[in-house]
Design a protein around this ligand. Structure first.
Ligand SMILES: [Zn+2]
Length: 426
């Protein structure tokens, strides 16, 4: 694989590409700053997708906009080569009303979303310009663009949609997203839920004897807290937010909690999920049964139900579980050609490759579908991801983009120079 990088690196076409990328630095930074000012909270990416698409078209590339706002262009190779989907995510973790302003700090610049993932997004456009300027002809096909829905409750819906639209024919996937000189090669899976408890609601004293949604929720959380999960593969759960009730002297109508379950293995994720769901159902049953067993309270109560009213014990708590997240888990061997080619690229330029066995990124989707996929880093370095103080340091920006360019060329093969390092899937 080293040979491939040597041949490419020393070729005329790659020199042209490198010169184009280095000469493009100011333009790359200008587009980066322009893109970051367009808010793009997950599932609200339309405006940024519009702008990104305009920029892509302005470079002379015909763009595809799918039904969920993924934007990409297809660069056909000479035929018979592999197809690589290369993408950066359009969305950020910042709600649409987050003030966006670029603050300079010497060469560095700060703005929410500047690193994750607007830096890589702008670099896809630099790569396109370098493809055009160098006149390079790949053997395989390149699909390159920006995708929606990587963050939070975006739930990877962008890449999920892409693979729904392309159930076959994609041989490799690269997402560029803040892992400098590293390769994320496994997907941590997660299931996320809104767990809601509903009841009749009433007076804390007069309606005593009625199943209580908040008590049912308390039972559920207590049971979940005791679930045993494996250390290896790493499997976790957390009730992150609890909400509900109306006042201190009321039995609540409604309450809910948000639940996050994760694992590096689909099997362990499913097992933890099943146990936790059983805990929640049992909690509701126990809350209802506890009051059913004291049904005679109504007889003795000074606050008997009125005529036509249900006995208190029959005003049971019901459960509603809404799945709000489903990120597939997946693993793949670390010696796949795609992964080796990425490592060879880093090593060719003198870096030590960081191998990250699992994270929750866009490459979860292809990996879970059996398509080789990785998440990498791009040019420049960013700090403070997901914080309002997120900052980008453009030192080495153009070199990082060139390293991505040569990786794409190595994977797809270049007419008259090298064969693809990325095998076609059977
Ligand atoms: Zn990201």
């Amino acid at each position: 694989m080293k040979k491939t990088y040597e041949i490419l690196h020393n070729s005329d076409v790659m020199k042209k590409a490198k010169d184009a990328i280095f000469a493009d630095r100011d333009n790359t930074i200008a587009q980066h700053k322009a893109l970051v000012l367009v808010p793009a909270f997950s599932r609200h990416e339309e405006k940024r997708a519009d702008f990104y698409q305009q920029l892509m078209e302005a470079e002379g590339f015909e763009s595809v906009r799918d039904e969920v706002n993924n934007v990409y262009t297809v660069i056909k190779g000479e035929g018979n080569g592999p197809t690589l989907y290369f993408t950066a995510h359009l969305d950020t973790v910042f709600p649409m009303d987050t003030p966006l302003e670029i603050k300079m700090n010497g060469e560095k610049y700060a703005c929410p979303g500047i690193g994750d993932d607007t830096a890589a997004l702008s670099q896809t456009l630099t790569l396109l310009r370098a493809i055009k300027a160098s006149g390079i002809r790949f053997k395989g096909d390149l699909i390159i663009g920006g995708n929606v829905g990587e963050e939070g409750l975006g739930d990877l819906y962008g890449v999920k949609q892409f693979f729904k639209d392309h159930p076959s024919g994609i041989d490799g996937f690269i997402s560029v997203d803040g892992f400098p000189h590293s390769i994320v090669y496994g997907g941590t899976g997660s299931y996320r839920y809104e767990v809601k408890f509903h009841g009749a609601g009433g007076h804390s004293m007069a309606d005593f004897g009625m199943p209580n949604p908040v008590h049912a929720m308390g039972r559920a959380i207590a049971k979940i807290s005791d679930v045993k999960v494996p250390y290896e593969p790493w499997t976790t759960f957390s009730c992150g937010v609890v909400e509900g009730g109306t006042s201190i002297n009321s039995i609540a109508h409604d309450c809910k909690f948000l639940l996050d379950i994760r694992s590096d293995s689909k099997e362990c994720l499913d097992k933890a999920n099943e146990e936790i769901m059983a805990c929640i159902r049992a909690a509701v049953e126990e809350e209802n049964a506890r009051w059913a067993a004291e049904r005679d309270r109504d007889e003795k109560s000074p606050y008997k139900p009125g005529p036509g009213q249900l006995p208190h014990a029959d005003r049971t708590v019901s459960l509603e579980i809404v799945q709000v997240g489903n990120r597939p888990a997946g693993s793949q061997p670390v010696d796949l050609p795609l992964i080796r080619a990425c490592a060879a690229d880093y090593e060719f330029f003198g870096y030590e490759t960081g191998y990250i066995p699992a994270s929750s990124t866009d490459s979860n989707v292809p990996i879970s579908l059996g398509v080789p996929g990785v998440t990498l880093g791009g040019g420049g370095t960013s700090t403070g991801a997901h914080s309002l103080a997120e900052e980008f340091d453009p030192t080495g920006l153009e070199q990082g983009v060139y390293e991505l360019f040569i990786l794409i060329a190595a994977l797809l093969g270049v007419e008259g120079l090298t064969d693809p390092l990325l095998p076609k899937l059977a």
